[in-house]
Design a protein around this ligand. Structure first.
Ligand SMILES: *Cc1c(COP(=O)(O)O)cnc(C)c1O
Length: 355
């Protein structure tokens, strides 16, 4: 049976990305060696990193003065590496979910943290509005897409200070005005690559200002200076990112991804709103295009498990909601297809007819 992958992360990647990466794992560029067994300093690996960086700069139209690096440690390491490098005295954080809260917790190790707003009391069902950002902070940290709760900030905010953003789960799904950010980071395993690599975009002239001794490995300058080759980078994940970046370019870049994201999400949210069995979990204007969360309406609560089984029997994978929301979550990253979303919608309609 055909499977439709709605996993939240690691998640669906374009089939050709997986196939091309698999080929290189068996025989890297006709060398007779696997991508897994060559040196990261091999002369044919450097071009992989160079091409990936060039494509990232091209796809996101990154202005001059920014560096792009690949590191290990996931987005979670960035929760502490960001303040370690950028927090001079005081930083502002917008608390929109589990990941935002974790980022804020780590920042407190390095200085004063101002929570500009929070939707924690409402189980993060909306993006707080109407707050003001202090002007005396080093940066405002935001999480552009809240993977767990299904809310998203899909437009670059206007604030009087530079922003730093965790874009783990929506990077490359829309155009971004990079000039508004001192740093953008993301674990690759949602929208870009297999797990194991983190993408980091840094405004170079903001580095080296923090008033602390930074251990070598945590200092962004170490990795910028060495082009992500200070120590052994995650070679295979970086290669898979390159394949996704090539796919992105071939498929029309971030404008096209934005269009497709709207098409998929419109289709699924329309069914959630129409179907008597289901309802969405977050405020409509803040609905994520990437992670679409929904639950059974109260009078149909006991149909939750039966629907999960019904959908699973039709090939849906990974639609069980995160435990902090319950219900269902359909993750629709760049690689998700209209066919996949259509199959889920059809399952919802057919299940409704039975009840
Ligand atoms: C998944 C996720 C993380 C955690 O990423 P790791 O790479 O597992 O550390 C952080 N932020 C967001 C928004 C995420 O979706």
């Amino acid at each position: 049976m055909k499977k439709y992958n709605f996993n939240a992360g690691p998640s669906m990647l374009p089939r050709e990305v997986i196939e091309n990466t698999a080929k290189q794992i068996l025989d890297f560029n006709g060398s007779g060696l696997s991508l897994m067994e060559i040196s990261h300093r091999a002369k044919d690996f450097q071009p992989v990193v160079d091409e990936a960086v060039a494509l990232i700069k091209e796809l996101l139209q990154i202005p001059e003065g920014y560096a792009v690096i690949f590191l290990g440690g996931g987005a979670s390491l960035q929760f502490c590496q960001v303040p370690c490098n950028f927090l001079i005295k005081k930083a502002a954080y917008l608390n929109t979910g589990t990941w935002a809260k974790k980022a804020m917790k780590e920042a407190k190790h390095f200085g004063e943290v101002v929570e500009v707003a929070s939707s924690a009391d409402a189980n993060y069902t909306f993006i707080p509005k109407g707050w003001t950002c202090p002007t005396d902070v080093d940066y405002l940290h935001i999480t552009t897409n809240n993977t767990i709760f299904g809310t998203e900030i899909r437009k670059d905010l206007d604030v009087p200070v530079p922003m730093i953003a965790d874009m783990s789960s929506d990077i490359f799904s829309r155009p971004v005005d990079v000039s508004k950010y001192d740093c953008i980071y993301g674990g690759a395993q949602k929208n870009l690559a297999m797990a194991g690599v983190t993408l980091i975009i840094l405004k170079e002239d903001k580095l080296g200002k923090a008033p602390r001794e930074i251990p070598t490995m945590l200092d962004y300058r170490t990795h910028v200076e060495k082009g992500s080759m200070f120590n052994t980078p995650p070679v295979v994940p970086i290669y898979s990112a390159l394949e996704t970046l090539r796919w992105l370019k071939k498929n029309g870049g971030v404008e096209e991804m934005d269009k497709r994201a709207h098409q998929r999400a419109d289709m699924l949210y329309a069914e959630i709103d129409r179907n008597k069995l289901f309802r969405g979990t977050v405020k409509e204007e803040d609905r994520s295009l990437m992670n679409i969360c929904f639950v059974m309406n109260d009078e149909y609560k006991d149909l939750e498990k039966p629907f999960l089984e019904f959908a699973t029997a039709r090939g849906m994978v990974g639609i069980k909601g995160h435990r902090s929301v319950g219900g269902f979550r359909a993750s629709c990253y760049n690689a998700q297809t209209l066919e996949g979303v259509g199959a889920l919608v059809k399952a919802m309609q057919d299940f409704e007819k039975e009840h």
